[in-house]
Write a protein that binds this ligand. Structure first.
Ligand SMILES: [Zn+2]
Length: 316
């Protein structure tokens, strides 16, 4: 090539490289900014419980999208293409962790390379966590059912939001303090109310093992037909052993969960009936999913109160 032509060719390459560079820069700008159109921090969460803490701490400085609505089971949840977009578009991601979202681990790992991707349960002191029944070192993920433990996620979220938006540090701090006060009051309420159930009747039977933290915190015995995850079929043996327990301990009520089919717990009720023992369904509890948005049960404190009141009125 002649010298002139080489220069021209090099200039062309330079322009192309610059164009690619600019395109890439624009692309990353769209997803990385607190500097988005509303000026708010866009947060995407998995469960409603986590979303609720972020909303309470972040106030009008956050816009929160929760992937898992009412009735959704997080153990089995598979992210859709739409969910991936919501995670991609977010400035920050908060999820429960401890393998609650059992099928989303790889996605969180990928997202964490681009943005704050925070498992809130990681901030709960280990001595407050409960183990699993198998010999593994894994922990029970249903941590939101011990308010004292869950309160640590408020601090964690305050800290992480402050990192993202330091100018709002005071605002987040004040909101977190107010919310922790509300949680403290609900914790007291739950303790007082559960105490009104006679000790021998404080047995909570549900479709899966979501309530161990609740039982631990408020002094109830808990039994689930399925284990900690719903990712296993319950067997006839489990139904039979639960029926025997109901009959032997003269337990009068069992509970369904909003995120799990009634079928399994109905089998227990039927089984007890065959043995001449009358058991009623004491009501529906919110376990892994919260209620409809806009209702009382669509908030963490509201769903907690609903559960306490439902349990107390059925077992008392
Ligand atoms: Zn669960």
């Amino acid at each position: 090539m002649e010298e002139k032509k080489v220069k021209k060719w090099l200039a062309g390459v330079g322009t192309a490289v610059l164009a690619v560079f600019l395109l890439a820069a624009c692309g990353s700008n769209q997803t990385s900014g607190v500097e988005n159109s509303t000026g708010k921090i866009h947060v995407t969460t998995t469960t409603g419980q986590v979303a609720d803490v972020v909303k309470n701490v972040g106030g009008d400085q956050v816009e929160v999208t929760s992937l898992m609505g009412p009735g959704v089971d997080p153990h089995l949840y598979q992210a859709s293409q739409g969910d991936i977009k919501k995670l991609n578009d977010a400035d920050m991601i908060f999820y429960n962790g401890l393998h609650l979202e059992g099928k989303m681990g790889e996605i969180f790992e990928k997202m964490s390379k681009d943005k704050a991707t925070v498992a809130v349960a990681d901030f709960i002191p280990e001595d407050m966590l409960l183990g699993t029944d198998d010999d593994s070192n894994a922990h029970d993920p249903h941590v939101w059912f011990n308010i004292q433990a869950w309160t640590h996620t408020v601090d964690a979220i305050e800290e992480e939001l402050t990192k993202q938006s330091p100018e709002n540090a005071e605002f987040f701090k004040k909101n977190a303090a107010n919310y922790k006060q509300e949680l403290e009051e609900m914790d007291q309420y739950a303790k007082e109310q559960i105490q009104t159930i006679p000790k021998e009747s404080r047995v909570l039977v549900t479709a899966h093992d979501a309530f161990k933290y609740f039982g631990h915190a408020y002094d109830l015995e808990v039994m689930g037909l399925q284990g900690l995850s719903t990712d296993s079929e319950y067997g006839l043996k489990d139904v039979q052993s639960l029926v025997d327990t109901l009959v032997d301990s003269n337990i009068k009520a069992v509970f369904i969960e909003s995120s799990i089919s009634e079928k399994s717990i109905s089998a227990v009720v039927e089984g007890a009936k065959k043995k001449g023992h009358e058991v009623v369904i004491g009501g529906e509890l919110f376990s892994d999913a919260m209620g409809e948005e806009g209702t009382e049960e669509g908030t963490y404190i509201g769903m907690f109160k609903h559960n306490v009141d439902t349990i107390v009125s059925s077992l008392k």
